[in-house]
Design a protein around this ligand. Structure first.
Ligand code: FAD
Length: 514
């Protein structure tokens, strides 16, 4: 640690360095460099936050934490590392909701993106605009939380079209992965709904990029796991926001009918959201269902051991308020859920999009939110989803798991993803996302779940199910090469072009091994 501490401090204070202390000739105000050096926090409290994440599995201590007040603060930090003979690593930390240390930087500097605020020099905040060629869009700082993007755009009667289930994530953090939810089948992931980005590269250069301008950087950064630059602004597609939603859950005993109906629903485009999840004997009660519906479902689950719940949503507002029930009825006609097991709710658009927040608050109140999260997220080709069900959901999850999940499973369309981005998905027109979102209350639980995750990966490998990990986590270079497949070469080339000194997002462990 000592040499790295020395490098960072000398980089910050050495005369001639881009981060040197400002001249003291003007006594009234601090120079920008002095402000920056002052904002590098080495207090135990800063280090503690920056060395943990939602997963609570990995802990990597950074040398210091930058709480930037402007993008130029971050630019100076990155440039100083880039220009140093011994560069130090830098990780942008969004809201720290990764689960395997992806936003950490051992012995380097973590940049707390949410410290940026809209009053800072040149900071973007959230700005809604309109152009003939683009329609409505929002320019949004990479540090912004999606919940704030939603609130601000709703004030204009607008909203982004593609979401994540949970909104207390940053724009830069989800765009570095993909950003998926039940709207993805229809609009593509969040990375398919971006017009333009401002990106601070690993050379400390702030570049604007889009499909037609610096497109290598644009596509590299989208789904790029933070490897090519720090997103400081994203121009996000907006559409007219509905006021309300019809929200339906249907229970299936049979996986084949469940997935057949899911695939049918994503092919007809009548709905705005399609997801699904497993209900096992361990699934806790859910607010969506009334107590009597819940006990009906519980007794069916104890007969079957495993049930599948298809979740669908259709948006509406004053323009279709009189026809929405009929329209929905038509869409759901012919589906094969268990008769009598359809449950409906009418809610505001905001309440629906922010649905996971309620669960967070409830779990937090009983000390179950900030626990260990050994999550495994996979993309599974549709052609093998039946084998996956038998081998994983039935044989492993249902028989062996005492953990309540949630376990998500829903399909999406490959054509809504842009193959030029860095995101990796299976090579099939339709594929499923499977989110095994475990919580572990003890270290014993954690090791059981980690072993189970390994078993699932081994099963897929043995059975030739060509899964791709979402939020990939690998330790060996060969594993990363296999993950990226044909895209590895271009991924590497982009790294050499935009972050040749391998400064950024070391916690992903793609180019940096500890
Ligand atoms: P962090 O975890 O802080 O960072 C993630 C990575 O991005 C790191 O490598 C970091 O260095 C890099 N990074 C952060 N900011 C920037 C930036 N501005 N520019 C470049 N790189 C940056 N994901 C989904 O797709 N769909 C979901 O429905 C979903 N639901 C979730 C629910 C919960 C409860 C949780 C905890 C996570 C969920 N996620 C979901 C995962 C989430 O998308 C990832 O954790 C993601 O990393 C965003 O979190 P973050 O903003 O906290 O980023």
């Amino acid at each position: 640690l000592i040499p790295i501490l020395f490098i960072i401090i000398t980089t910050l204070i050495t005369p001639g360095s881009s981060l040197r202390w400002g001249s003291k000739t003007s006594s009234s105000s601090s120079s920008p460099n002095e402000t920056l050096a002052n904002s590098l926090c080495t207090d135990p409290s800063c280090i503690k936050t920056a060395s943990s994440d939602y997963g609570e599995i990995v802990q990597e201590l950074p040398f210091g934490v930058l709480n930037p007040s402007s993008v130029s603060d971050i630019a100076r930090l990155v440039k100083s590392s880039y220009e140093s003979p011994s560069p130090f690593t830098i990780a942008a930390r969004g809201n720290g909701h990764s689960v395997r240390g992806q936003a950490m930087a051992r012995d380097g500097v973590v940049v707390e993106m949410t410290s940026l605020n809209s009053s800072g020099d040149g900071n973007v905040g959230i700005r809604v605009s309109w152009e003939d060629s683009l329609g409505f869009y929002a320019d949004v700082g990479g540090e912004q939380l999606w919940i704030d993007v939603l609130r601000t755009t709703l004030d204009h009667g607008l909203a982004p079209v593609s979401w994540t289930d949970y909104l207390y994530l940053t724009v830069g953090g989800t765009l570095s992965n993909a950003g998926i939810s039940g709207q993805t089948f229809r609009h593509g992931p969040q990375i398919s709904n971006v017009h333009e980005l401002d990106v601070l590269t690993g050379k400390g250069e702030l570049m604007t990029c889009s499909k037609s301008m610096n497109s290598d950087l644009f596509y590299g950064v989208l789904g790029g796991l933070g490897q090519f630059g720090i997103i400081t602004r994203a121009r996000i597609v907006l559409d007219k926001a509905p006021n309300r939603v019809k929200w339906v859950r249907m229970i299936y005993e049979d996986f084949s009918s469940f997935t057949k109906d899911q695939e049918h629903l994503i092919s007809i485009l009548g709905l705005d959201y399609v997801e699904g999840f497993l209900i096992t004997n361990n699934t806790p009660p859910n607010n969506f269902f009334s107590p009597s519906d819940q006990s009906k479902i519980d007794s069916l689950a104890s007969e079957n051991g495993i049930l599948y719940c298809l979740e669908a949503v259709k948006y509406y507002d004053d323009s279709n308020i009189t026809t929405i029930d009929e329209d929905l009825e038509m869409i759901l006609t012919g589906l094969s859920f268990k008769p009598g097991f359809i449950f409906k709710k009418d809610s505001s658009f905001f309440e629906f999009l922010n649905r996971v927040r309620d669960e967070e608050l409830q779990l937090d109140a009983i000390g179950q939110w900030n626990v260990v999260h050994p999550w495994l997220n996979l993309f599974v080709p549709s052609s093998r989803i039946m084998d996956f069900n038998q081998g994983v959901f039935v044989e492993i999850i249902q028989k062996q798991s005492t953990n309540p999940g949630p376990f998500l499973v829903y399909p999406m369309n490959r054509k809504m993803w842009d193959d030029r981005s860095s995101a990796i998905i299976p090579d099939e027109e339709t594929f499923y996302t499977v989110g095994l979102l475990h919580s572990a209350g003890s270290t014993d639980d954690q090791s059981i779940i980690e072993e189970q995750n390994e078993e699932i990966l081994r099963f897929c490998d043995r059975s030739g199910i060509k899964i791709k990990q979402y939020f990939p986590h690998y330790r060996k270079k060969e594993e990363w090469m296999k993950h990226f497949g044909m895209k590895w070469k271009v991924f590497q080339e982009r790294k050499s072009q935009f972050d040749p000194k391998m400064i950024l997002s070391p916690g992903q462990r793609i180019f940096t091994s500890y």
